[in-house]
Design a protein. Structure first.
Length: 435
């Protein structure tokens, strides 16, 4: 986790003290269940809670023990025994390290997902607000980076809203899929511990029992979780790249907010750069970088190996912390985005009406011209405009072959900008509902 790109709310989920607190809760809830089943004394379970529930675990001490034992869970249990006393011998009865590690990881991932879902709500709220604001603000649509046909800026924002709505649905599903608990023993057979212990711990930790585990919870669940984060990151970058293109000097249809005292360049005082969008592009790359190891972690030897462990120690905090930061930054970018409708109109007019070429093409076919002939007629009048040799509307009116099919008034009709926006309300209702 890099402090520059870390919010404290997400970072706290991955702090050692939080991890050890979750480990303790898993062990203590398991002790409760074992006590109810008569496997350990009830007083021992009560003592575990009484002596360690409000304890601050000594991270340095645990690290010291681990340097000798070379085992993190044993180091923690040793330190817990120093706090609890003799009754600690009843802790971890019939359990294996992965019961603690995997259940804890899934608790952390579900908590991280809850923060990310709240972040997505902020992005969606900002997008909806700005989309309604610019619902009918005309701008040029581009394909291959080239002027195509008119759209509205509100539609661009609505596209993103729909995409992030899907992202939210996927993350809800990924959260549900990863929210499982395994307290099943050394190879997942429950030979040394009753399945009812797992049920009790799962309920207490806000999880559900893993239907069948080996020594670990199956990593296809985690692969889906991190893949979902990767897809969300790609959606972040998609919107960020749109803003970067729109802020280019020769376009300048929208621009990141530039605060008082902000500097764009150490050398050129005039610069106003899309630094937030560029930052989001970089952060998105890092989140996606963890998708491949998550997929590879699915493939473990037999009932378990630890090839997944080192990767997860990095990817869990790094991917969630980075995406959390990126989503909050994106919400702020959208909320403060400077929009320039006059420049949008200027760019719309830049090609001298060529954006209406399809309407002219269709009008010609409706008046009897073959599609091939109509295409040739429109294209031969469009190409000079590309070279700066005239106005598309006037060239069409001067073309005798075009005039065989269309009157001046009918040609003028094809250049109505509002025609392109007649279904914007329908699209908005699909995206945002009747409101």
């Amino acid at each position: 986790m890099i402090p520059r790109y870390t919010r404290p709310e997400m970072a706290s989920i991955w702090e050692p003290q939080t991890r050890f607190k979750i480990w303790f809760e898993i062990e203590a809830h398991a002790a409760d269940a074992l006590a109810e089943l008569g496997t350990i004394p009830k007083e021992a379970a009560k003592t575990v809670w009484a002596k360690a529930k409000d304890a601050t675990f000594d991270v340095a001490r645990i690290d010291e023990i681990e340097r000798e034992t070379k085992h993190d869970v044993i180091a923690f249990l040793t330190h817990l025994a120093e706090i609890v006393g003799p009754e600690a011998r009843f802790v971890h009865q019939g359990m294996t390290s992965s019961d603690v590690l995997d259940t804890c990881l899934n608790v952390q991932l579900t908590r991280a997902a809850d923060l990310l879902l709240a972040d997505l709500d902020k992005v969606l709220a900002a997008l909806k607000k700005r989309a309604l604001e610019h619902k009918m603000t005309p701008t040029i649509g581009r394909s291959h980076g080239i002027h195509a046909e008119p759209v509205t800026f509100g539609l661009k924002l609505a596209y993103a809203y729909a995409e992030f709505s899907r992202a939210k649905e996927r993350l809800i599903a990924a959260r549900k899929e990863v929210a499982t608990c395994a307290i099943s023993g050394a190879v997942g057979t429950f030979a040394q511990i009753d399945p009812r212990v797992e049920q009790h711990v799962a309920k207490a930790m806000g999880l559900v029992p893993e239907p069948i585990s080996t020594q670990v919870i199956p990593r296809d669940r985690h692969a889906m979780y991190f893949s979902t984060l990767g897809v969300i990151a790609s959606s972040v970058e998609r919107f960020a790249v749109e803003i970067r293109h729109m802020q280019r000097t020769e376009v300048l249809e929208a621009e990141e907010f530039f605060s008082e005292g902000q500097k764009g360049s150490s050398a050129m005082p005039h610069k106003r750069n899309p630094v937030l969008s560029e930052n989001l592009t970089g952060l998105s790359r890092m989140v996606r970088a963890y998708v491949t190891p998550a997929l590879e972690n699915v493939v473990l030897w037999h009932e378990r190996d630890i090839s997944h462990s080192s990767a997860e120690r990095m990817m869990g905090p790094d991917a969630t912390v980075t995406l959390d930061f990126a989503l909050v930054r994106l919400a702020g970018l959208i909320d403060k985005l400077l929009v320039y409708p006059a420049n949008m109109q200027k760019n719309l007019d830049r090609l001298g009406g060529l954006v209406h070429s399809q309407r002219v093409l269709l009008a010609l076919t409706q008046k009897g011209a073959s599609r091939e002939d109509a295409y040739k007629l429109v294209q031969r009048n469009a190409m000079p405009v590309w070279r700066g040799e005239g106005d598309f509307l006037q060239l069409l009116k001067k073309d005798a072959e075009v005039k065989k099919y269309l009157t001046d008034a009918e040609i003028d009709e094809q250049f109505d900008l509002g025609y392109h926006f007649k279904h914007v309300d329908t699209i908005f209702k699909r995206v945002f509902g009747e409101s």
